[in-house]
Design a protein around this ligand. Structure first.
Ligand code: DUT
Ligand code: MG
Length: 246
């Protein structure tokens, strides 16, 4: 879509319902329109929890989460989600066709504009080769849970689903982990090229995926312990050095 695409966290602390300890403490950062901000940190450090606050899977008790400068609590659920292309840590496919999965249940009949959109989204997600090798291609069947496609193919189809919606803001939760380095790199290059000014927040485990981000946040125990470019963090963030050298 058109329009803005900034995300900002202002001193956000967050505790899961029923939990005693906060999982996020005093998180502040900005992703300006068109920027890529990466989040890295060990398992359980709170990366998914940060992302989950943007589409309001949970609401914060302290601080503010803003999209386009407006507190997310002031949007209707529909208006907020229309801006966001969220790709969850576990790629979820349902039984149906490739097209149906990418168009999110919407119909994408052969020859329609929607089908053109599906092809474009699959191409950006580097899925054209495997989809066109499948029996039935875009009308080929995906089994319940996506059991007949590989982990990396599932990830690419769930990325294609986000691309299809043309969001202003992409939220990728470890969405590249099952891709080989080359596919990972080519997919991110295609996204940059084809989605113009989309803002991207990308959670990842591997340095290669986030190295070229405008800013990298290093999370540890729910706190930001480092923020900067790859080179800056290599210089002055011990946690980042450990991740980068491991
Ligand atoms: N947590 C809960 N309830 C939830 C989800 C997570 O209490 O519904 C806890 C588990 C963990 C912390 O929050 O101690 C942070 O979890 P999160 O999933 O945000 O961590 P991550 O950085 O995304 O870990 P991973 O790299 O394993 O995905
Ligand atoms: Mg996670």
């Amino acid at each position: 879509g058109s329009g803005e695409g900034g995300v900002e966290f202002r001193d956000v602390s967050f505790t899961y319902p029923g939990a005693e300890e906060p999982v996020l403490r005093n998180i502040s950062f900005k992703a300006r329109k068109g920027e890529t901000v990466a989040i890295i940190g060990s398992t359980g450090s709170g990366k998914t929890s940060v992302l989950n606050l943007i589409p309001r899977f949970y609401d914060v008790a302290e601080g503010e989460v803003l999209v386009d400068g407006i507190d997310v609590r002031r949007y209707s659920q529909h208006a907020l989600r229309a801006k966001l292309g969220y790709v969850s840590q576990r790629a979820v496919l349902f039984s149906g066709t490739v097209s149906g999965n990418v168009a999110y249940g919407g119909s994408a009949a052969p020859g329609s504009d929607a089908e053109e959109g599906v092809r474009r989204a699959v191409a950006i997600a580097q899925g054209t080769d495997f989809v066109e090798r499948m029996e039935g291609q875009y009308e080929g069947r995906i089994a319940q849970g996506g059991d007949n496609v590989s982990g990396g193919q599932k990830q690419r189809l769930s990325i294609a689903r986000a691309v299809y919606r043309q969001p202003d803001i992409y939220l990728f939760d470890d969405s590249f982990s099952a891709l080989d380095y080359r596919t990972d790199r080519e997919l991110r290059a295609a996204l940059r090229r084809e989605t113009g000014g989309a803002t991207t927040i990308i959670v990842a485990q591997r340095i290669g995926t986030i190295k070229d981000a405008d800013r990298i946040l290093v999370l540890e125990d729910g706190r930001i312990v480092g923020s900067g470019t790859h080179e800056e963090l290599l210089q002055d963030c011990e946690t980042y050095q450990e991740i980068a050298l491991s």
